[in-house]
Design a binder for this molecule. Structure first.
Ligand code: BGC
Length: 334
């Protein structure tokens, strides 16, 4: 009889725990669960965004389930479907290719999940909030720096991945800054190409080809980020032109900062990833809890947006990255 009760109790406990295991990741408002779907961790910044976001969410009592799509939009759709099945409270997405996510966002919305577009926007009404920087200003800073460094000559323009809406915004800002010089006839745009998947290897190939095509007569490269700048500078180094031809960038990647100090890269744009990730985590948790948003928003491309300010970085003010805790002096070799 006693043994029977023990057995029954054990069975009941087992049944209860397997029922618990079978339940989707429990998403209560006390301990919200956030899915973070990232396009591609091969670009240095996204791993930092992930780490800052997880740390901030933790202090707010939220748990984060991270998925990386490795630059594959079909994989990203499948991963978001998985987060919907898990019944997360919110999905924060760095989209690989916006339009490929329209349907899965509709599913998420039907399931009552909040959708936050992180850094890059997905232009669909299902997005509750876009958290980003002033991307047009990023491009403007690149264009202005290049014009200041030249301010006459032939420029080749690289653009980011065509599926990334930010790539269009960076390019629009840069062209706006260069436009008066183009109109005056001081600057000639030799051509422009998109860098598929933002990959440095693709930027390297493009730069090698255009250097050959124009007999090395390119006076400046507009590169949309540090990864692509790295590819361009490698191509320039192959022609013994590194440091002679200004190249722009953004992200304040460590290698790029070292190139700026060494004089082979003109500038970068620093976007405080800590601030973006921390504020985004706060906004996400507030949305889940139905609380007022802790940060002001503006309408941008028709979407409610939290927009942070980028900072122009050159050799002169690179120590700002140390002051802001982004790198140590030792990391930069200062
Ligand atoms: C981001 C950049 C990044 C690029 C490549 C853009 O959407 O704003 O910071 O370098 O994607 O990942």
């Amino acid at each position: 009889m006693g043994r029977f009760i023990v057995r029954r109790t054990v069975l009941a406990v087992l049944a209860a725990s397997s029922a618990l295991l079978a339940m989707p990741a429990f998403a209560s408002k006390e301990k919200p669960v956030i899915g973070f779907s990232i396009d591609d961790l091969r670009v240095e910044r996204w791993a930092r965004d992930r780490d800052y976001f997880i740390a901030a969410a933790k202090t707010l009592g939220a748990e984060v389930s991270v998925q990386s799509a490795d630059g594959d939009s079909a994989k990203q759709v499948a991963q978001i479907e998985n987060l919907i099945t898990k019944k997360v409270d919110a999905i924060v997405v760095v989209p690989k290719d916006g339009p490929t996510l329209y349907n899965v966002f509709k599913e998420a919305k039907k399931a009552g999940i909040k959708i936050i577009s992180y850094d890059r926007v997905v232009l669909t009404p299902e997005v509750d909030l876009w958290v980003t920087f002033d991307n047009v200003k990023v491009g403007q800073m690149q264009g202005e720096a290049l014009m200041k460094a030249l301010p006459k000559g032939n420029v080749y323009v690289l653009k980011g991945d065509p599926g990334d809406n930010n790539a269009k915004l960076f390019n629009a800002g840069a062209m706006k800054a260069m436009d008066p010089y183009i109109k005056k006839g001081d600057i000639k745009i030799l051509g422009e190409q998109s860098v598929q998947d933002w990959l440095p290897a693709n930027a390297l190939k493009i730069a090698e080809n255009v250097l050959t095509q124009f007999n090395n007569k390119i006076d400046g490269f507009l590169a949309p980020n540090d990864g692509t700048a790295g590819g361009v500078i490698q191509a320039l180094a192959g022609q013994k032109l590194a440091g002679k031809v200004p190249v722009t960038g953004q992200d304040a990647e460590l290698a790029a900062c070292k190139r700026i100090i060494a004089g082979t890269q003109l500038m970068t744009v620093y976007k405080s990833l800590n601030k973006l990730a921390t504020e985004s985590a706060k906004m996400t948790v507030a949305m889940i809890k139905g609380e007022p948003l802790p940060h002001p928003t503006v309408k941008n491309e028709g979407v409610d947006t939290m927009q942070l300010e980028p900072i122009n970085i050159t050799k002169e003010n690179i120590d700002l990255l140390v002051k802001d805790g982004f790198y140590t002096k030792a990391q930069l070799g200062l």
